[in-house]
Design a protein around this ligand. Structure first.
Ligand code: MRU
Length: 353
């Protein structure tokens, strides 16, 4: 069992994902700045896991506070600002800090700091526990959707599925979003094999998804990102499913760079392409994908590969970490509440009722 993240006795534990699968290093820290650094450097990553770690990071920040109650509000504000500045795209991070702010607003005035901190710890633990349950619910709804949508194909053969980046236990603490659906569908005998796109430049597909699938004995093939259209043309892919970092109210979806290209290719060959994400990844406050902040990461992530220089240090680079897939390329969005197929602008709102 992969232990992506834990929080015990005031200590955050996490598997450092930067070196997987070659090195399995479990870090333990009580330092909230180290936890922020872990989010920034992708030692922990994946939208739901970023949210979970953000909640615990706030708790670590509270634990290191040694001032009085009067001075606390300004400390709390700057702590939240620091956590929120770690990564911009995954809305789960802001979902988590919003939860912590709600607890603060409701309980600061009438409680001691000790009582307030205990409530915040409980809120952070609940975010973590909820994301694990969300994965199981997404898996259930996703498998139902596959049964319905791919019934014809399933009459004659098992399915080959394309996925991108890593959306499993490492990204969620539970079974996963898209990878959770895949694992569940495989257990039900619907899947022949998984094709995992490498996900340049940090190789979450090649390193992390492959590692998870190997542990579960699920057959898979890794491909370069640019192979997917060719494999679709050859009839080698029956459907695609990926996770999300932020979904706008109209269903436009930000996910790991490369997702959009797979989705466009899938639409050319009429291959269903799904998103799986918990409701905590839907940003109902923004109308469409053009408003999603897209993280740009350092040029060196492209110019070097695992520390080895592969381009001159002066090579100009544009390194977007995410892209936005417009809703018309998305056959369905599987959430923990239900699977939504089309009419996203109306249907996604109902998930918040
Ligand atoms: O940069 P990362 O590795 O944090 O990007 C992760 C992704 O793009 C995932 O697909 C997304 O967060 C969904 S994770 C369940």
């Amino acid at each position: 069992m992969i232990d992506a993240v834990s929080f015990e006795n005031g200590t955050l534990g996490y598997l450092d994902q930067r070196f997987l699968p070659l090195k399995e290093e479990y870090i333990r820290t009580q330092d909230y700045r180290q936890a922020i650094e872990a989010i920034k450097t992708l030692a922990v990553r994946g939208a739901p896991l970023i949210g979970i770690v953000a909640g615990y990071t706030v708790v670590l920040g509270l634990n290191s506070y040694n001032g009085n109650k009067e001075a606390f509000p300004s400390y709390f504000d700057s702590l939240i600002d620091e956590v929120e500045a770690s990564r911009p795209t995954a809305v789960n991070l802001f979902f988590a800090t919003a939860r912590m702010k709600e607890v603060y607003d409701a309980h600061f005035a009438s409680n001691s700091l000790e009582e307030l901190f205990a409530r915040m710890l409980a809120a952070a633990k609940k975010i973590h526990a909820d994301e694990i349950v969300n994965c199981d619910n997404m898996a259930r709804h996703g498998v139902e959707l596959i049964h319905q949508d791919l019934a014809e194909t399933l009459k004659t053969k098992k399915l080959t599925v394309l996925t991108h980046c890593n959306t499993g236990t490492l990204a969620t603490g539970g079974s996963g979003t898209a990878l959770g659906v895949i694992k569940h569908a495989w257990k039900e005998g619907l899947i022949e094999k998984v094709i995992t796109a490498e996900s340049r430049p940090l190789l979450q597909g090649l390193r992390l998804t492959a590692w998870e699938l190997e542990k579960e004995n699920i057959p898979f093939l890794s491909i370069s990102d640019s192979s997917s259209a060719f494999l679709m043309q050859k009839g080698m892919i029956n459907f695609g499913i990926v996770g999300a970092d932020r979904i706008a109210a109209n269903g436009d979806t930000a996910n790991k760079i490369g997702t959009f290209a797979h989705a466009v290719s899938a639409s050319v060959y009429n291959i269903p392409y799904y998103i799986a994400a918990p409701v905590s990844t839907i940003d109902i406050t923004i109308d469409d994908g053009s408003q999603i902040p897209i993280e740009e990461r350092s040029a060196d992530e492209l110019r070097t590969i695992f520390g080895t220089q592969v381009a001159t240090p002066s090579t100009p680079v544009l390194n977007y970490a995410f892209d936005v897939t417009p809703n018309q390329y998305i056959r369905g969005i599987v959430t923990d509440k239900k699977a939504v197929v089309g009419s996203y602008s109306e249907e996604l709102r109902t998930l918040f009722d």
